[in-house]
Write a protein that binds this ligand. Structure first.
Ligand code: FES
Length: 157
């Protein structure tokens, strides 16, 4: 050890991988998200009531693009999907995550303009262990446009 308190070893650096092997698992544990990973599945084919012959990207694709460009917690992934069978009440999305969370399907979004409210609702969902955000804390659109909810795989007794 040097007088400045720093240990410098130039003779044998073979112990460096061993040090990483000791440190990395600890660091990995610290980086684990507090909650299970969450998938936000956004229907990119939704038309939001627009006629079928309209030109340009669909509102569902625009919403998907806007959501994909936003900052999300590390354990949230945004994925584009096709048709959630909620076409008459699209734009539609589903959110799920882990074996202990409820899955929700929401509808009646208009497109990219709703990205901020979707982000708010999904971040709250992602910060729960069971997917249940207290009613009053949910965005109003989420309260009024829940199409379905599906129990978790590990259904509480
Ligand atoms: S096209 Fe989006 S739910 Fe059917």
């Amino acid at each position: 050890m040097k007088p400045d308190g720093v240990f410098r070893c130039r003779e044998n650096v073979s112990h460096v991988p061993a040090l990483f092997a000791l440190v990395l698992p600890l660091g990995r544990d610290n980086l684990e998200p507090e909650f299970a990973p969450v998938e936000l599945l956004v229907c990119a084919t939704c038309r939001a009531g627009q006629p079928t012959d309209i030109e340009g990207p669909r509102p569902g694709a625009q919403l998907t693009e806007a959501l994909s460009a936003m900052d999300w917690p590390a354990h949230v992934t945004v994925r584009a999907v096709e048709c959630l069978s909620n076409c008459d009440s699209g734009c539609s999305l589903a959110v799920r995550g882990g074996t202990d969370r409820w899955t929700y399907v929401y509808g009646n979004f208009t497109g990219a303009d709703d990205a901020t409210l979707v982000h708010e609702g999904i971040v709250k969902y992602a910060n729960t262990a069971d997917g249940i955000v207290p009613w009053r804390e949910r965005p109003v659109h989420f309260r009024k446009n829940c199409i379905a909810r599906v129990p978790p795989i590990n259904l509480p007794e």
